[in-house]
Design a protein around this ligand. Structure first.
Ligand code: IMP
Length: 430
């Protein structure tokens, strides 16, 4: 039984958490492969709202073992807080249910301080990172001076490595006019969390390969989205990892022959949090309407940072590109219910760039910043669709909209979500 990879088709926040929750019901293992607690997945089960940053949504299914893969960067203090919080809500998170890769890199207070300092130094060119230390942790990884979870096994050497890392960061912080860390206090706090993490740490690549060999079904739960990918996103306004399908293999340590399905998740409109180009962004009343007021947890405000998200019409150029980069076999469209009540809806099917019509994503930031969307106009629908569970019960205009999206990105439509609850899904046969 092979693996499914779940990937965001836009700039993150596509609703992957709720799709992962649905696919986890038919999985034995759910594994995160990239990023860290910059992610925020919201899953609603009955009257409980789970906000997960590091732990895969699969934890809410008792038969599932969750894995934090080697491609992730993990803040041990925040992971232990999240474990405590989820356990406090009645979900068991023992080392039998959650396994952390000994090869995963750790985010320390040094990375968090350096992330803030780097953003400050960028001034008006700031990326708008989540300030979770993601970029500096991946820089230490590729710079071959990072600390991996497996090092916790030798607590004394681990403490020394942490202390050294903070002293090194202090040199940079002071040079940038920022307050230095207290290496002794910060190391002591980190060590206390690391002691608790130790029983969770294993060789997850070996574990996953064993499970796959024995016929287990693995769901690889992507965080962020294609346009935030370090290689394929709109660099430099990206995160520092590979949230696309290729990243799943690198970030978990098994081969491509195990993957039989790549599910792309796209929101029915576009959102982006942080800086960077977004050709279909809507300013004013229309954007505000898509965003919501923030009263509901599903409104467009960041799960991790609370920042209002930039909102705009759906961009099929972006979706087609995401399908190409990851090889989507299935498409899931989320939040279709938010589009109820518009007279007309627009989908970008191409761009005008310097007087030229293009239908593929420009490769340079400059061109992307200049891209003017070319829209196809679709008829809207007035009906509330939150109670719909069968494709045939959707208003014709809503069906036309999602079918057109699937056609434009040349990926079969698998499901549409019409609300935040677990059962608010409409499945299409394919
Ligand atoms: P970083 O990952 O914190 O370094 O942030 C880099 C960029 O990715 C910023 O624009 C963030 O807003 C964005 N980003 C990172 N994680 C997420 C996510 O889970 N959802 C949406 N945007 C994200």
């Amino acid at each position: 039984m092979p693996a499914t990879v779940l990937v965001g088709a836009q700039w993150g926040d596509e609703g992957k958490g709720r799709v992962a929750d649905w696919l986890a019901a038919e999985s034995n293992v759910v594994a995160r492969f990239a990023g860290g607690d910059n992610a925020g997945h919201t899953v609603v089960v009955g009257d409980k709202i789970f906000k997960l940053h590091l732990i895969p949504s699969g934890i809410l299914h008792p038969q599932v073992t969750c894995v934090l893969g080697n491609g992730m960067v993990i803040n041990v203090i925040n992971l232990m807080k999240e474990i405590d919080q989820i356990e406090g809500m009645g979900v068991s998170v023992t080392p039998e249910r959650l396994i952390v890769s000994s090869r995963a890199h750790l985010i320390t207070p040094a990375h968090i301080a350096l992330d803030a300092a780097a953003e400050k130094a960028r001034g008006s060119g700031a990326i708008g990172t989540t300030l979770r230390g993601i970029g500096p942790a991946y820089m230490d990884k590729t710079g071959r001076r990072g600390i991996r979870a497996g090092q916790i096994a030798d607590m004394e050497a681990f403490g020394d490595a942490l202390f050294e890392m903070m002293e090194r960061a202090n040199v940079q912080l002071v040079a940038q006019g920022q307050p230095p860390l207290d290496p002794k206090a910060a190391t002591a706090e980190y060590l206390a969390a690391a002691v608790r993490l130790q029983p969770y740490i294993r060789d997850t690549s070996a574990y996953l390969n064993e499970r796959l060999k024995a016929g287990g079904r693995v769901l690889c739960e992507g965080a962020q989205g294609t346009l935030l990918d370090i290689d394929h996103g709109d660099y430099p306004y990206v995160t520092s990892s590979s949230p696309t399908a290729g990243g799943a293999l690198i970030g978990l340590g098994f081969g491509p022959r195990h993957v039989d399905r790549v599910v792309g998740v796209a929101k029915a409109f576009s959102t982006r949090v942080g800086a960077g180009p977004m050709p279909t962004e809507l300013q004013g009343a229309l954007g505000d309407r898509l965003r919501g007021t923030g009263e509901n947890f599903w409104d467009e405000f960041g799960t991790t940072t609370g920042r209002p998200r930039r909102c705009g019409w759906l961009d099929a150029v972006v979706l087609r590109y995401a399908a190409q980069v990851s090889g989507f076999t299935d498409l899931v469209v989320t939040k279709l219910d938010v589009l109820s009540g518009f007279d007309e809806l627009k989908i970008a099917v191409g761009y005008e760039v310097n007087g030229k019509h293009v239908t593929t994503l420009p490769t340079t930031l400059r061109e992307l910043e200049q891209a003017q969307p070319v829209y196809e106009i679709m008829t809207g629908w007035k009906e509330d669709i939150t109670a719909v569970r069968q494709p045939g019960d959707l208003p014709t205009a809503a069906l036309d909209y999602v079918r057109r999206v699937s056609e434009l990105c040349e990926v079969p439509l698998r499901s549409v979500s019409v609300g935040p609850e677990r059962d608010q899904l409409v499945h299409f046969g394919n």
